[in-house]
Design a protein around this ligand. Structure first.
Ligand SMILES: [Zn+2]
Ligand SMILES: [Zn+2]
Length: 284
């Protein structure tokens, strides 16, 4: 464990549905799951199919007390939950957070609805882990662990979605997925969440050329990610939530184009790890 490092690990970078095959082997096919380690604290963002290998890694490290925050509960962000081994372990405590359904459904109801027959053989009650459910409203500032500040905001996505800004150790990492931008406009809520960030993990499902046919789907482009990062003074941009048809060769090409425009850009891959040493610079 690194007590003086903000670690980010991508366990699932694929949007919409998981994929497999040789043409996807380098960037990976698991759907959305990100691990952040703020010193000794572990936070997971979303429970796509990447949550299953994340669970194995947490067990190997004997991490038994951590947080799982949902951006929203579309299948690509929740499908891995029933296959997440730690929830069947009685020595584990998980705190689950969501805010995208505020006023309509609690985090507990969301998970209960999802994990039950006939869609899954057993009910959530079979889980041995201690599950602690937290509900919040977009705009709330969460303090899940000592020294960890998580700011929240609403993204533009059918059914709602929450963007997160995680601050710890003088470092900032933002998760901005899934979201749709308006043409020629910078989303002020997104700018607020990514201001001066060390890393912005951004929904780059489409390219601007594809976007015209995909209006209303609730996704964005790498070109918009670059514009937002430039405007917000952010340093790193992880192209994320790759379209399920996007091959490794296509992602290589997109990564190259994005890097030419913004040196901190890269296409995120399953299993990729980034480490940000604790900084003495003060972030807001
Ligand atoms: Zn998605
Ligand atoms: Zn979605």
């Amino acid at each position: 464990m690194y007590d003086d490092v903000f670690l980010v690990r991508f366990w699932g970078v694929r949007g919409s549905i998981s994929v497999s095959g040789p043409e996807f082997s380098r960037y990976g096919g698991n759907t959305i799951c990100i691990e952040m380690r703020c010193g000794k604290h572990t936070l997971l963002f979303d429970a796509g199919s990447g949550l299953r290998p994340a669970g194995g890694a947490l067990q190997a490290l004997a991490v038994t007390d951590f947080d799982l925050l949902f951006t929203h509960c579309h299948y690509d962000h929740i499908i891995g939950l029933p296959s997440f081994a730690p929830i069947y372990d009685r020595s584990v405590k998980v705190t689950l957070w969501s805010g995208h359904l505020a006023g309509h459904m609690t985090t507990r109801q969301m998970v209960d609805e999802f994990m039950r027959p006939p869609w899954f053989p057993v009910k959530l009650g079979i889980c041995k882990a201690s599950l602690d459910y937290r509900d919040f409203v977009s705009g709330d500032v969460l303090r899940p662990r000592e020294g960890v500040v998580v700011r929240t905001g609403s993204l533009i996505h059918p059914g709602g979605c929450i963007g997160y800004r995680v601050e710890w150790g003088g470092r900032v990492v933002a998760v901005i997925t899934d979201t749709e931008h308006e043409p020629d406009k910078l989303d002020q809520a997104v700018l607020g969440l990514i201001e001066d960030a060390d890393l912005v993990i951004y929904d780059c499902t489409y390219t601007e050329e594809e976007m015209e046919r995909r209006r209303g789907y609730g996704h964005s482009t790498w070109q918009q990610g670059v514009k937002l990062c430039e405007a917000a003074g952010a340093r790193g941009l992880a192209l994320f939530h790759h379209d399920p048809t996007r091959t490794d060769a296509e992602l290589d090409e997109i990564e190259k184009l994005a890097k030419d425009k913004f040196t901190g850009a890269f296409a995120a891959r399953d299993g990729q790890t980034l480490k940000f040493p604790v900084s003495l610079r003060k972030k807001r």
